[in-house]
Design a protein. Structure first.
Length: 227
């Protein structure tokens, strides 16, 4: 990916109704995240998020925009362009084949059937799954993550949890009893809330009481479903 400064002016037809800060604030509230929670997720402090949302920071570093896109489920291209950067996607790395091991529901917490997947593997850029040596893919069923840009029939690439605890707000593949689902992990004072893409609580978990296990962490996705 190459990023450069925008050089052309903005005409009346190009006016953006929503600023970068307004978009980040709206999406954060949709996901029921506090400023300090989002700050922790992108490696910044609460004051940074506050200034960003109020328009005090107009052109964040591209690495921050990438983290915001990942954590908020927003198109990276939109965030970059709202910041006044020019976005161009350039393939610079080698491809890697990731096996599709099954289908995971995004609509409700229910069983994910390995035999239902319609594809056997997907190709991803090695740089997109850097650090995820045992990455595998799951085909998504249901449209409850549609607001994150993940549609029914898309494929998500995930990294096995291997006993690691999720960050607040992270998308995870989680087993609850005998059922598996892809949901956003949100820690609350009462325990763990599993939320869909719209921020609706689908399941509440109490550590030490409920039978659940985090199986994998979301890394990226490949849009296979028609838009």
């Amino acid at each position: 990916m190459e990023i450069g400064m925008a050089s052309c002016g903005i005409t009346g037809a190009d006016l953006v109704v929503e600023t970068l800060g307004e978009l980040v604030r709206r999406r954060r509230k949709e996901l029921s995240l506090r400023q300090e929670q989002l700050a922790e997720m992108i490696g910044k402090d609460q004051s940074y998020v506050s200034e960003l949302e109020r328009g005090k920071i107009r052109r964040p570093d591209p690495a921050v925009l990438e983290a915001l896109a990942h954590q908020l489920g927003l198109p990276k291209k939109d965030l970059i362009e709202l910041s006044g950067w020019v976005y161009r996607e350039i393939v610079t790395g080698e491809e890697r084949t990731v096996p599709v091991l099954g289908r995971v529901p995004a609509d409700v917490v229910r069983w994910a059937s390995p035999g239902e997947a319609t594809v056997s593997s997907v190709h991803v850029l090695a740089e997109d799954v850097r650090g995820a040596q045992d990455a595998f893919a799951l085909e998504v069923s249901g449209d409850c993550l549609r607001s994150l840009g993940i549609f029914h029939g898309d494929v998500v690439i995930v990294d096995p949890a291997r006993g690691r605890w999720p960050r607040n707000g992270q998308l995870v593949v989680v087993r609850v009893g005998d059922e598996v689902s892809l949901k956003r992990w949100v820690q609350t004072a009462e325990g763990i809330a599993l939320k869909d893409g719209e921020g609706n609580v689908v399941y509440r978990l109490t550590p030490g009481k409920d039978d659940f296990e985090v199986l994998a962490f979301y890394v990226t996705f490949r849009p296979l479903a028609p838009r």
